[in-house]
Design a protein around this ligand. Structure first.
Ligand code: NAP
Length: 139
């Protein structure tokens, strides 16, 4: 897996994911509706994507972690091209949400993985933290 990622959504979970990616050496681009929440991550070395999809061309993977799929659909609708990047959806939703979202990702020329985080933000990065992931291979 290459070490560049765009992480969209810096709530409690997204911030924990971004911090862990930075600690693991990933070049981590971030975007959040409320930019102020990125402050600590930017000090830690994260890079700010001025517009939500502006950094897609600079990364190998995109991670979304918003409050729900409706908000993710709203944001992804504004993306013109995912440039064959893998989008990893870590927002909580139903199987039906995931299937619909996968179709939208494919329309935007992206590859799709859907994940469920079985942990609290404070446990992200802990070896006992589990993620369930399904979808296309990243290869
Ligand atoms: N926290 C947990 O323990 C936990 C555990 C497992 C899974 N999850 C899942 O992880 C996801 C994120 O959870 P969280 O705890 O990080 O939630 P959170 O702290 O409430 O953060 C919600 C995120 O969604 C963004 N957002 C909400 N409405 C938006 C909109 N209309 N457009 C763009 N962005 C919007 C927020 O942006 P702003 O900052 O601008 O408001 C924020 O980045 C959820 O799907 C949750 O079910 C959470």
């Amino acid at each position: 897996m290459n070490k560049t990622v765009l992480l969209i959504g810096l709530g409690n979970m997204g911030t924990a994911l971004a911090r862990t990616l930075l600690d693991a050496g990933y070049e981590t681009w971030v975007w959040n509706r409320t930019k102020e929440k990125a402050g600590t991550l930017l000090e830690k070395g994260a890079r700010w994507s001025k517009e939500v999809w502006a950094a897609v061309g600079s990364v190998d993977h995109v991670v979304m972690c918003l409050s729900n799929y409706v908000n993710c659909v709203g944001l992804l609708s504004t993306c013109s091209d995912l440039k064959n990047k893998a989008l990893i959806q870590l927002s909580t939703g139903t199987a039906s949400d995931a299937r619909s979202f996968e179709n939208l990702v494919k329309q935007k020329r992206g590859r799709y993985l859907d994940g469920a985080i079985l942990a609290y933000p404070s446990n992200i990065g802990d070896p006992r933290c589990s993620l369930l992931v399904a979808g296309n291979s990243l290869a």
